[in-house]
Ligand binder design. Structure first.
Ligand SMILES: C[S@@+](CC[C@H](N)C(=O)[O-])C[C@H]1O[C@@H](n2cnc3c(N)ncnc32)[C@H](O)[C@@H]1O
Length: 215
């Protein structure tokens, strides 16, 4: 999937990954993550996920990053709260168009262009359908990027999927061995749950804590 493919999916409404209610793994496992309510949470590849509203309702400032402007417009249309729009410049580059609604800030653009200096206060993250949306070559880059963005001690929840066809995706099947190989150099990993999901997929829920100083 290229960026153009994702934009087209949003334009055509092919967003079967979207859920109308908070993800049960978020509501079940987030409290044990142990972050203070004020901790700012990164939601990479956020789509128009209602999980962001759940996090905001639990006191967290949320920073979502999403390629599709349509996803962001559809997200803010879910609420009557006022919307503020601004541009976050990036030296020598085109920058990000940002949209704020209440405690939720959405940056429109490629997650890999989001830099550490943008992320100074990020203490937590929530990844549902982000790692598994990326093809194998991008997953290593994503794992390293996530580690760079988070403060030492930063923590969050990662929800992955496995299925029996390594060529099929998204969602791609990301095995437990791959999660460990990608994440364990920079994160302490705890597997919290493994359960059947729709369409014959198996869902795994991981707690992750950023080790030591940022690399
Ligand atoms: C499978 S969806 C998951 C959305 C959301 N996390 C959820 O749970 O509903 C993946 C999303 O990532 C976005 N996306 C894909 N590649 C991206 C990138 N490099 N940077 C930012 N967003 C990206 C897509 O537009 C899509 O909305």
């Amino acid at each position: 999937m290229t960026a153009a493919d994702w934009l087209e999916r949003w334009q055509q409404g092919r967003i079967g990954f979207h859920r109308e209610a908070p993800h049960p793994a978020l509501t079940a496992h987030w409290p044990a993550i142990g972050l203070e309510a004020e901790a700012r949470i990164l939601v990479p590849l956020c789509g128009k996920s209602r999980d962001m509203r759940w996090l905001a309702e639990h006191g967290h400032p949320v920073l979502g990053i999403e390629l599709s402007p349509l996803a962001i417009e559809q997200f803010v249309a879910q609420s009557a709260q006022p919307v503020l729009r601004y541009r976050q410049p990036e030296s020598g580059k085109s920058g990000f168009d940002c949209t704020r609604q209440g405690n939720i800030e959405l940056w429109c653009g490629d997650v890999f262009r989001f830099q550490v200096d943008h992320a100074a206060e990020l203490a937590g993250f929530y990844d549902r359908a982000a790692l598994v949306a990326l093809p194998p070559a991008a997953r290593q880059r994503y794992a390293h990027h996530l580690a760079q963005l988070l403060l030492p001690g930063g923590r969050g929840l990662l929800i992955t999927l496995t299925h029996d066809d390594p060529e099929r995706g998204p969602p791609f099947s990301v095995t437990h061995e791959e999660v460990e190989s990608l994440m364990s150099p920079n994160f302490e990993l705890t597997l919290c749950d493994v359960s059947p999901a729709e369409d014959g997929l198996t869902e795994s829920v991981w707690k992750m804590v950023r080790r030591g100083p940022a690399s």
